[in-house]
Ligand binder design. Sequence first.
Ligand code: SF4
Ligand code: SF4
Ligand code: SF4
Length: 319
Amino acid sequence: MIDEGRMREVARDLLASGEVDCVIGYARGSVWYRARPVAISDPDKVDMLIFNPFCMQNLATWLKFEMKENGGLQGKYGVVAKGCTARALIQMMQENGISTDDVYTIGVPCPGMVDPRKLGDDVLAMEDARVTLAGERVVVEGERRKVFSRDDVLHETCLLCRYPTPPLYDVLIGEGIEGRPAEDKNLAHLESLPAEERAKYWEDAFSRCIRCYACRNACPLCYCDGCALECLDPQWVYRSVEVSENTLYHLIRAYHLTGRCVECGSCEFSCPADVPLMELNRKMARDVERMFNYVPGMDPKAKPLLGAYDPRDPEGFIL
Ligand code: SF4
Ligand code: SF4
Ligand code: SF4
């Protein structure tokens, strides 16, 4: 468990000293199994900050919203950052989307996030409850007490996470933890299928997409000023919701995130249609790692994958 008291103390000191203008963190959501992002600029309000197994959103996305809303960042931000949030911030720094001076990273080693849907309707029906994740167990304590195995209720993204501790931070709340990723059986199975079956799998998945754009909006690394998916001249993708246009939408996103996606799961978490976006993201990430020995979001001074060229780069995939 993260020491929430220590996290609040750090946030209060940062705001009171003027080191940052605003702290972006998590507050309790409208129900006990949800957390929501919050931006705090008054040191007296830091007691709102929480960190529990429902803090799934990647808070780097809120810097993107600030940039879009105000044409740039207004001051310095303290950001409560899990491993994947810190990696998104690092990736934005690599791309000069933000600078290291814009952000004070309040690092939190992340034990993983619970997918509320896996807790079951009877548990979600409780009026209020507290959830703790300790070792292999997730304990829900409310009107009733229920114990789950971690492997049964965490988001798949978190079960596969390799970097739960931020690779870079200004302060770390508690001790760093090692990633212990499970075997990615879904991706291995998908890769083992013949091309026609893979095509069918993705056609089925993309036919469910309603093109609400929530996946793009939730993604911290979809922060271009002019998005190709909204461009009307040329119009790369028609607005019609049909499998061919949906497929184009997802392929354009996948290519734009290749070598950049930090596997935070925010896109899939936001999807109302259960499109398995993370399988596509992980496929691209694993291929990049295999071919170029590159993992995004690890070092702000490293060059972005597509901004670097090495004559020894593999070229076999170029038609
Ligand atoms: S992907 Fe890793 S760092 Fe991000 S929420 Fe899941 S376990 Fe935490
Ligand atoms: S969030 Fe889901 S339904 Fe919405 S555009 Fe993305 S994949 Fe499609
Ligand atoms: S594509 Fe999805 S998993 Fe990758 S950085 Fe964006 S929101 Fe996170």
